[in-house]
Design a protein around this ligand. Structure first.
Ligand code: ADP
Ligand code: MG
Length: 727
């Protein structure tokens, strides 16, 4: 058995003859169920599966055998090193490679990988942000294997490395990563939902799972342009650049034919992803020129999060190889559509029932309505936390830019569900009568909603038939945080609903009346979060004000939410984050924001001083000498005063704008210098948002104006037109 599989694996990896038969090599680079079954003794395989299912800790005995099987599998596929792959609080991933090689006591070289090495690692934690958490405790951090996400092989150059997905925790067990809180939140929502299901009378469920399907948008531009733009290299977005005459007004890119060169990139990316067991499903052009999307099928939230991080990593690698630069930041080009990451989220039972899918029996429909209303309740109560979860420099430029959902979180349900909820609220529907529940037409919801939601792309949080689509997430962000928040707010809402229903039953109501009454109350209480209209409109801004919905305009405002005792208490109550863990995350995100803006401002200074001002000065020199020549020849050639004046005017406009730019550039120096003199991270962050970023825009306006006046051959920076329209 083993020998046979070895050969198959190797064959698959070394020469995949037919890339079209994806199912024949899907997951070949992962230590998945198939590989485990082949590599592990039957008892160990079964024991491992049981442990994973129950979420228990792996015993050292099992770990030893698993480690051996994993190492053999990895080595047969060319691996020489292993790494604990984890997600520090920077939003990306980290790894430190160790060789399998060790030297025996008698000097014999041998490859070893012990159970202990599999389950626990000790990377140098001091190089990762802790938000101040470990200074008071131990400086050490540990990585621990997350067996629910399969180990995989990563190729880079000629190296193959065994990557073991892990969590990253401190000596005292505090989460130093983004994954641990996500896993905790998945447990919290499961526990609360099991209780609610029991209250509803649903039997036979032992775990409720959270699912995520993550649609990833990105830009691809030619590497030669990228390498000449310090702003793209340093900040991931352009800080300067005049709008091209043809923007995306024509929207002819969307769903248009994918250029061959990009298609080749996509195919290679998908091939790598399939090997890694990532079910890439959809690829298409996006709204802006050079903007595209990739979406895999949905998976359990922790695996989907890992996979989204891997997708970004694989895309970056292949882009490099193909002579492209991959732009993942939310708003790489001002005035051009930005990139987001639609996070499709749902919860379902281990018996295969999607709790957000309207069923075809009255009981299932009631269950659906209860969970749907719980989502409304959770999002309404914690809209500010949800907003906080997706705040970043890049996303601040995108949210509310009339192309992406605004900073106000509302929920879109679609016409049919709106009517159903209204009917329940007004008492027109009595859920107790079987016939009426069926008459609600809930079974049509998925079909109807698909059409509707396609028409309302402006909603940040839209119901799309059997899942919610959180559309405000930024394209560069890891989805661990938004999903962690969604799960936590859901756990709280579900618990509250169960409390209310149970209290009513205790007070003598029969179960159906208790449920119906609770639904009615909650539909009324959460009405303010439902917004069927256009979220890009002024009406939404007005409605937000009237309804008292939070409207947190930028990252510092959004991050303040984490200081609220009430917000902290919900994370603590559900065991997702301790107060200390919350504070550490707040510190890290504030610091990253301030550093990020500082880097942007300094990059802009550099570009103005070393590229833009010198280029314009040179051109001004050209114009100056041409004007002087003209002046001295004007009598001779009989040039009218008026004609001479026009050219003088042109010269003057150029000179005036250049002088203005020079003045603003030195003012920018002062504005940036002041940042360091401020006390406190919030003061600094506010200063970045309120002063530095607006000032950068003011300078940019002049520079962009000049770009349109200067001879192209004098302008060193690649232009928007070149980056976006040349292939
Ligand atoms: P749309 O085009 O309407 O946004 P798609 O059917 O293309 O929807 O799905 C988008 C993403 O949502 C995909 O990743 C898909 O796998 C995922 N998805 C579908 N059903 C669910 C679900 N029940 N829970 C979470 N994600 C889902
Ligand atoms: Mg979508």
């Amino acid at each position: 058995m083993t020998g046979n599989t070895k050969q198959t694996n190797k064959e698959v990896l070394l020469s995949i003859e037919n890339k079209n038969v994806v199912s024949s090599y899907f997951g070949a680079m992962t230590f998945d169920q198939k590989a485990m079954r082949a590599r592990l003794p039957k008892e160990v395989f079964t024991a491992l599966q049981d442990t994973i299912r129950a979420g228990r800790e792996i015993t050292e005995e099992i770990a030893g055998v698993v480690a051996h099987g994993m190492k053999e599998w990895a080595m047969d596929n060319g691996a020489t090193h292993y790494t604990h792959w984890f997600q520090p609080m920077t939003g990306s991933t980290a790894e430190k490679h160790d060789a399998f090689l060790s030297i025996d006591r008698d000097g014999t070289p041998i490859e070893r990988f012990s159970g202990e090495q599999l389950i626990q690692g000790e990377p140098d934690a001091s190089s990762f942000p802790s938000g101040g958490m470990r200074t008071t405790f131990e400086a050490r951090g540990y990585t621990a294997w997350d067996p629910s996400s399969p180990a995989f092989l990563m190729k880079g150059g000629n190296c193959v490395t065994l990557c073991i997905p892990t969590v990253f925790i401190s000596y005292n067990g505090e989460a130093l990563d983004a994954k641990t809180p996500l896993l905790r939140s998945m447990n919290a929502v499961s526990k609360a939902s099991l209780r609610l299901l029991e209250t509803l009378g649903t039997k036979g469920v032992s775990r409720v799972k959270t699912f995520a399907g993550v649609e990833q948008e990105y830009f691809l531009i030619d590497k030669k342009f990228y390498s000449e733009r310090p702003d793209l290299i340093m900040c991931g977005r352009t800080l300067l650049g005049a709008m091209p005459p043809k923007g995306q007004q024509l929207e002819d890119h969307y769903f248009g034919a994918i250029p061959d060169r990009v298609l080749e990139f996509m195919q290679e990316v998908e091939h790598e992803l399939y090997l890694l067991g990532i079910p890439a499903k959809t690829r298409h052009n996006e709204v802006a020129p050079h903007q595209f999307e990739i979406a895999p099928l949905f998976e359990e939230a922790n695996v989907a999060t890992d996979h989204n991080l891997l997708i970004m990593e694989v895309m970056r690698k292949i882009a490099e190889k193909k002579g492209f630069a991959l732009l993942l930041l939310e708003k790489p080009f001002a005035g051009i559509n930005g990139s987001g990451k639609h996070n499709n989220w749902s919860i379902g039972t281990d018996t295969g029932v999607n709790l957000l899918d309207p069923g075809d029996t009255p009981e299932k429909n009631i269950q659906f309505l209860v969970f749907l209303v719980a989502v409304l309740k959770g999002v309404y109560k914690r809209a500010d936390v949800l907003r906080m979860s997706i705040s970043s420099i890049g996303n601040d430029h995108r949210l509310g830019a009339n192309e992406a959902p605004p900073a106000v979180v509302t929920v879109f349900l679609g016409d049919l569900l709106e009517r159903v909820l209204d009917a329940i609220e007004s008492g027109k529907i009595d859920l107790k009568t079987e016939k009426q529940v069926l008459n609600l037409g809930l079974s049509q919801v998925p079909v109807v909603n698909k059409d509707y939601t396609d028409r309302n792309r402006t909603s940040p949080f839209a119901f799309t038939g059997n899942k919610f689509e959180f559309r405000a997430v930024g394209s560069s962000q890891a989805v661990s945080v938004p999903n962690m928040v969604l799960n936590t707010l859901m756990a709280e809402a579900v618990d509250d609903m169960a409390d209310t229903i149970e209290a009513k039953i205790k007070a003598g109501k029969d179960r159906d009346s208790a449920i119906l009454e609770t639904l009615r109350e909650e539909i009324t209480a959460t009405k303010a979060i439902r917004y069927p209209g256009d979220n890009y409109s002024d009406a939404l801004q007005q409605a937000a004000k009237e309804r008292g919905l939070p409207n947190l305009k930028n990252t510092p405002e959004a991050l303040r939410v984490l200081e609220s005792k009430d917000v902290q208490s919900v994370f603590v109550k559900y065991g997702v984050l301790s107060v200390e863990e919350i504070e550490s995350r707040l510190n890290i995100r504030l610091e990253r924001y301030v550093k990020g803006v500082d880097i942007e401002a300094r990059t802009l200074q550099l570009m103005l001083k070393t590229l833009v001002i010198p280029d314009v000065s040179e051109y001004q020199g050209d114009i100056g000498s041409s004007f002087n020549n003209l002046l001295s020849a004007s009598d001779e050639i009989g040039l009218s005063k008026a004609a001479l004046k026009s050219q003088a005017g042109h010269y003057r406009t150029l000179a005036e704008n250049l002088s203005l730019l020079i003045d603003l550039t030195s003012e920018l120096d002062e504005v940036v210098e002041k940042l360091e003199t401020l006390d406190g991270e919030f003061a600094k962050a506010d200063y970045c948002a309120d002063t530095i970023l607006p000032f950068m825009l003011k300078v940019r306006e002049v520079a962009d104006r000049l770009e349109l006046m200067v001879d192209r051959s004098r302008w060193q920076l690649p232009t928007y037109s070149e980056m976006l329209f040349e292939h």
